[in-house]
Design a protein around this ligand. Structure first.
Ligand code: SAH
Length: 499
């Protein structure tokens, strides 16, 4: 039973545990001992006192903790972790020395096995609570073989420390102060050698780092992208200028830097990345706006191609600095194979791939379908999708630019209600699908819908809608695409009942 232990450990009559009408109240600086029962969407620990909820950053399910109230609201409060009285069996020592300060990973202090267990439970809770499903079981989350070094894209901010040295690293959680760090444990291991080389180039050639406050200085961010299947690496400097001074020197230094020197083993964690990484593209991206948006629109190639090339299965993709591309290669391959399995294509089907991005799922399915139509709201992504279709000689694809909830109903109307689909794939952003879209999808009478979701709550809501319209859930298979973070990705097979 959680207990009030007073302000800074002393009795305090005002902060009564129970008021007369049994409503719990507390105020800033009150201290309590509580049991953490769950994790919130941002990985914060959740504990309760008589139905009143406390959110405690860095606390884990199963911990008994002493906390101090920082901000109290009517039904909940944010509290600071003061002491772990009894640690949870979920706890583990974070592998990264700056895990706590950095805004990137939220769950490094939780064992990987328990991260996966928590993600599965989160999905199941949403299906039960929001979807009202009582008979659907979420499959165990398919995790990564090694839950580190998995990201194929990083954007490192560049700035100065208090002594005026150039630093690269990551922003501390919810701030814009840079935590200097070159060995990020979730990025591709070649990043550290690249960051060291760019920093050295800047120091030797007196190229300044950008200063957000006065909008002066040149180098804002360093973007690194890697292609796992080919080993190709792209380095792109985002600059607040039209030209990068001594660009030839940067190119020379980058081409000389050994990318594999840091591969193999960092902080005792082995990585299984392509040891043959090599730089295929060096470019600059010009962003002179006074904005938090990282990338500008114009790109100049300093060396090599304006893109790197990757494969998912047999399908080839060109990835430019601005392209959207799945961040975790190994898990993406597994997830797309599951989408293919759920779609169960025989070769004569018409597929609609909604929220298609650069057409990665569309092209993957086009290998086995008669026709795939993709719909995507971002025009550049649609351009990429069309180019990738040409690159792969996939003439059985067509891409539409616009909001899925507008394009699909419009196409349906235009056809006089004759537009049909055999399979529909849905991969919406966190807010899920619009009802107008789901309604049209139902009218198109696909035998199967494959829903790829990054938010279990909106997934549960949308599944409920589809199940009220003649569909049933076949299988719920989560994948861990972002180890050490709170993100949850789920693939669901939804079947029409009368097929
Ligand atoms: N299926 C792709 C991308 C999924 S991410 C892949 O696997 O890589 C979700 C995509 O939905 C993004 O590309 C985003 O731009 C797009 N999007 C967001 N809102 C949309 C809308 N209303 N209609 C169509 N696409 C939308």
């Amino acid at each position: 039973m959680p207990g009030y232990i007073g302000q800074s450990g002393t009795e305090d009559k005002n902060a009564a545990l129970q008021s007369e009408n049994n409503i719990f109240t507390c105020k800033k600086n009150d201290e309590f001992i509580i049991d953490i029962e769950d994790l919130g969407t941002d990985g914060e620990g959740i504990g309760k006192i008589q139905g009143y909820t406390l959110f405690v950053k860095d606390a884990l399910t199963g911990d008994k903790v002493r906390v101090k109230i920082m901000k109290a609201k009517k039904k909940y409060a944010y509290a600071k972790l003061l002491e772990i009285i009894e640690p949870s069996e979920w706890r583990t020592e974070p592998a990264c020395p700056v895990a706590k300060q950095c805004g990137g990973c939220q769950l490094q202090h939780c064992s990987y096995e328990k991260q996966l267990e928590w993600k599965r439970k989160k999905i199941q809770d949403c299906l039960n609570r929001i979807g009202g499903f009582t008979d659907i079981q979420t499959e165990p989350v398919i995790g990564m073989d090694i839950p580190y070094y998995y990201r194929n894209k990083a954007q490192f901010p560049v700035g100065y420390d208090k002594d005026g040295n150039i630093v690269t690293g990551f922003y501390a959680g919810r701030t814009h102060s840079i935590i200097p760090f070159k060995n990020c444990l979730v990025q591709h291991p070649c990043s550290s050698a690249i960051l060291e080389t760019v920093t050295k180039y800047m120091e030797e050639n007196k190229v300044s780092a950008y200063n957000e406050t006065n909008h002066k200085g040149i180098v804002r961010h360093i973007l690194i992208r890697t292609a796992q299947a080919t080993g190709e690496v792209m380095v792109c400097l985002i600059i607040n200028a039209d030209k990068l001074p001594y660009a030839d020197k940067l190119v020379k230094m980058l081409l000389e830097c050994s990318l594999s020197q840091k591969s193999g083993n960092i902080n005792g964690i082995n990585n299984n990345f392509n040891e043959n990484s090599f730089i295929k593209s060096i470019c600059i991206n010009i962003n002179k706006e006074n904005t938090n948006v990282i990338l500008g629109n114009s790109i100049e190639v300093l060396y090599g191609t304006p893109y790197i090339t990757d494969y998912i299965g047999e399908v080839v993709y060109h990835i430019s600095p601005l392209s959207f591309y799945q961040v975790n290669y190994g898990q993406t391959v597994r997830l797309y194979e599951k989408v293919m399995e759920f779609a169960d294509l025989k070769g004569d089907e018409v597929v609609w791939d909604l929220y298609c991005g650069i057409g990665t799922i569309s092209l993957f399915l086009a290998q086995k379908a008669a026709k795939v139509c993709g719909v995507e709201i971002v025009p550049q992504a649609v351009d990429d999708a069309r180019e990738n279709a040409i690159l792969n000689n996939m003439e059985n694809t067509e891409f539409f630019n616009g909001a899925a909830e507008e394009i699909v109903p419009l196409q349906y109307e235009k056809s006089g209600g004759k537009l049909k689909a055999d399979i529909v794939t849905l991969d919406p952003p966190r807010k899920g699908c619009d009802e107008k879209l789901l309604n049209t999808v139902v009218n198109m009478e696909p035998a199967r819908i494959v829903y790829v979701s990054c938010d279990p709550a909106t997934l549960a809501r949308d599944l409920k809608y589809l199940c009220n319209k003649g569909y049933e859930v076949g299988k719920v298979q989560p994948y861990d695409m972002f180890g050490q973070s709170c993100h949850i990705e789920t693939v669901v097979l939804i079947q029409r009942k009368d097929t």
